[in-house]
Design a protein around this ligand. Structure first.
Ligand code: NI
Length: 210
């Protein structure tokens, strides 16, 4: 009704402009709708919540399922392969990993624990809480671990390479440890400017000086 009325009452050229505006309005609403209704965002360094030690999850209810869904969505949108609950301000021991060579059916790991580490590898690593920052980090090549899945079943994990790296990275997040803490002094120096930029942005957005 609104559009038809617009077309009748104004000339053709004006109507076209009107429709364009209307279209962009719709596009704008469409693009922003999930943002407005989203309850979580990926926290960016130096958000202090990233330094919190997460608590064990004691029950897996509907809310947990919904939050995990939201985390999955955020991780995929950011093209990540792992995301810890602490990175979205949810202070529980839970993370998700979805890597290409993930042989495991499970992508959600609750109250995870690494029980064995072996080998050593030094490869590039990134983190969704530090967009654009990459650095080599020494990690164990292989891990054995256990966790609970979303159905509450205990699962055993054996992983190597990328998945093992992701596991160690996400485990660190649950203890408030960030990959910058594990960089060699030289690598840490090389990302100083990027970290300062994040700190400036955080101070500007929150009014809190870092
Ligand atoms: Ni990370």
């Amino acid at each position: 009704m609104y559009v038809i009325y617009g077309l009748k009452s104004i000339g053709n050229r004006k109507a076209l402009a009107f429709l364009h505006l209307f279209y962009y309005d719709l596009l704008f609403i469409r693009l922003n709708f999930p943002e407005n209704y989203r309850t979580m965002n990926i926290l960016i360094y130096p958000d202090p919540a990233l330094r919190k030690k997460a608590k064990p999850l004691t029950s897996i209810d509907k809310e947990v399922h919904e939050k995990v869904e939201e985390m999955m969505e955020l991780m995929r949108q950011a093209n990540g392969i792992g995301l810890a609950a602490t990175q979205v301000g949810w202070n529980v021991r839970l993370f998700i990993i979805d890597a290409d060579n993930n042989k495991h059916h499970d992508k959600v790991f609750i109250n995870p624990k690494i029980i064995e580490e072996s080998g050593e590898t030094n490869k590039e690593e990134g983190c969704l809480s530090f967009p654009g920052v990459m650095s080599k980090i020494i990690r164990a090549h292989r891990i054995k671990a256990h966790a609970y899945n979303l159905d509450g079943q205990k699962i055993e994990i054996e992983a190597e390479g990328l998945v093992a790296r992701a596991w160690q990275h996400e485990m660190d997040h649950l203890d408030g440890c960030l990959f910058i803490d594990k960089m060699s002094p030289a690598n840490r120096l090389s990302v100083t400017q990027q970290l300062k930029e994040f700190e400036r942005t955080y101070s500007k957005d929150t009014g809190v000086s870092v």
